[in-house]
Design a protein around this ligand. Structure first.
Ligand code: 6PG
Length: 241
């Protein structure tokens, strides 16, 4: 694993750097493997990155889009991560509809939809028995409680290792999420973290010891590929980061 930690002066610089790394990672994946398979993040930090991507010329038919997690709402709901990425980016570029794998939030059965999400990943990657699906780029954010994707502190989803996707939970509300083994096996993980409310969690995540059920993002540090932590100065101001 190669871990990079960069502190950018402000949110705009963080967005520029994340955008540049995203473009590099897409080109590197296409050069090496003929396609770039991405998992996108929700939350407020990635939206301006998606807006920049909406103005790019890229080999869209070689780019495949999934989500790292999803709120349990339809895609046209204002809280939908897929809806946000479509509005900011995907609806404005010539990516084939069949390359976009919206996380299923169809019925009133989150557990069944988590199974569908798991099957969506399995059918796309068709990993060999015992092997993991390998995303080229997983974009992630972190909440001030240290969660990433929808892997929240002290929830059952943290311990799921025999599935690619599972049911997460935020204060009793269902979420759908990739599991840690899938996140950890990506070629590249791009964590973008902005705002002073993230300092405490970051201090723990980069401390010598840490309870990673309390601060789940710490587990990304067991990744096998490239792990980028892009922090803005507000998030990073802390003696231990
Ligand atoms: C979500 C994401 C979540 C997000 C963090 C950071 O759907 O909300 O899964 O993990 O990335 O909460 O959010 P901000 O970028 O808004 O701080």
């Amino acid at each position: 694993m190669t871990e990079h930690i960069e502190v950018l002066p402000d949110r705009a610089a963080l967005v520029d750097r994340a955008f540049a790394l995203t473009i590099d990672s897409i080109h590197a994946a296409i050069d090496a493997r003929g396609r770039a398979v991405l998992a996108l993040a929700g939350g407020s930090t990635p939206k301006p990155i998606y807006e920049k991507l909406s103005a790019c010329v890229l080999p869209w038919d070689q780019i495949y889009i999934f989500w790292g997690d999803e709120r349990y709402v339809p895609v046209d709901h204002p809280d939908s991560n897929a809806g946000m990425a479509k509005q900011a980016w995907l609806d404005h570029v010539a990516i084939p509809e069949s390359n976009i794998f919206i996380t299923p939030t169809l019925g009133n059965d989150p557990a069944a939809d988590a199974d569908r999400f798991n099957t969506q990943i399995a059918d796309f990657f068709t990993p060999a028995r015992g092997a993991m699906p390998v995303f080229d780029l997983i974009m992630l954010g972190m909440g001030d409680d240290g969660h990433t994707a929808s892997l929240f502190p002290h929830t059952a989803a943290l311990d799921v290792t025999d599935r690619y996707a599972t049911l997460g939970e935020k204060s009793g509300e269902p979420r759908l999420t990739l599991t840690f083994p899938v996140l950890q096996h990506a070629h590249t993980i791009l964590m973008t973290i902005a705002g002073s409310n993230k300092q405490t969690a970051l201090t723990h995540i980069f401390a010598e010891t840490c309870d990673d059920r309390e601060y789940p993002s710490r587990r990304l540090r067991q990744a096998t590929g490239e792990l980028w932590w892009l922090l803005d100065a507000e998030a990073a101001i802390s003696p231990s980061v």
